[in-house]
Design a protein around this ligand. Sequence first.
Ligand SMILES: [Zn+2]
Length: 74
Amino acid sequence: MILYLIFRCNCGRANYAKEGVLQKKCVCGKTFKVKDRKIIHRAPDAEKASELVRKLQEEKYGGGYFTTADKIRK
Ligand SMILES: [Zn+2]
C-alpha cells in the first residue's frame, strides 16, 4: 500500500509526498530529500494527506492561512 508522508520544511510549512518520492519542493522554493525529513504523520491517500497538512498549517499560522491555498496548486 502506498502511503503519503507528511512533514515540515525548514520554513515551517507542512508538506506531503507520496511514499517513494525522493524529492519534494516546498512552496518557499526549497527542494529537499523526503527521506531526510522527520515524518510527522502518514496518510492512506492524497485527500487525507492534504487534510492533515491543512490542520498542521492551521496550528501554526491560524485558520486564515489557507486563503492562499491557490498559490500551492501552481
Ligand atoms: Zn519551505
